[in-house]
Design a protein around this ligand. Structure first.
Ligand SMILES: CC(C)(COP(=O)(O)OP(=O)(O)OC[C@H]1O[C@@H](n2cnc3c(N)ncnc32)[C@H](O)[C@@H]1OP(=O)(O)O)[C@@H](O)C(=O)NCCC(=O)NCCS
Length: 161
């Protein structure tokens, strides 16, 4: 898998919302609304975009709890997936834990999302639970899907620079 070049991260701005929402609707069968992203910005969640050569190719939304950062959304544009960008974005979040003085990262993921689960497990996330019928799903798949809850604990895996 090729390593992407010229990747930068910066806080999400309201002017990014068009690009972010376009990626969201292309990447998810059940996307967030544009209002969900606006709410996250207004609430003060840690919203970041990932830029490749200045173009938004992904984003992450973190809610900071007392002793944990909860990843509410992380996404790479479908046209940019499979090139190491998701790994780079997740590693960036992991690397920032000490700066945020937080020991762990929490997330939910669909059991059907094998690409994401492989990535998280490879980075050292462990499955710690399951939320029943957490996500919407197509009617033919039963209308709901569970969520796996996964946690990364600092010091539990090698952290690259
Ligand atoms: C999940 C996601 C962020 C991964 O980003 P990506 O840029 O495609 O992933 P990368 O290219 O960095 O690959 C990282 C790892 O993911 C796994 N992976 C990626 N694509 C995969 C696939 N098609 N099948 C299985 N594993 C896959 C592999 O373990 C890969 O490791 P490798 O580098 O050793 O091959 C991206 O697919 C995405 O945004 N999906 C839509 C939104 C989403 O599901 N977000 C997660 C919600 S919990």
């Amino acid at each position: 898998m090729s390593v992407a070049m010229a990747i930068q991260f910066r806080p999400m701005q309201p002017s990014d919302l068009g690009a972010v929402y376009a990626i969201e609707t292309a990447a998810y069968l059940f996307p967030w609304t544009q209002g969900n992203f606006t709410d996250c910005l207004e609430t003060g969640y840690r919203c970041e975009v990932m830029l490749e050569s200045g173009v938004v190719v992904g984003y992450s939304i973190l809610a900071i709890m007392v002793d944990e950062a909860h990843i509410l959304n992380c996404c790479v544009a479908p046209s940019s997936q499979g090139r190491g960008l998701g790994r780079q974005m997740m590693q960036h979040l992991i690397n920032r834990l000490p700066q945020m003085r937080l020991p762990s990262l929490l997330l939910e993921v669909r059991p059907s999302n094998t690409a994401a689960i492989h990535l998280y497990a490879d980075l050292g996330f462990l499955e710690i639970g399951r939320r029943r019928s957490y996500y919407p799903a197509p009617a033919e798949a039963g209308g709901r899907e569970d969520a796996l809850v996964m946690r990364y604990t600092a010091g539990s895996a090698a952290v690259s620079a």
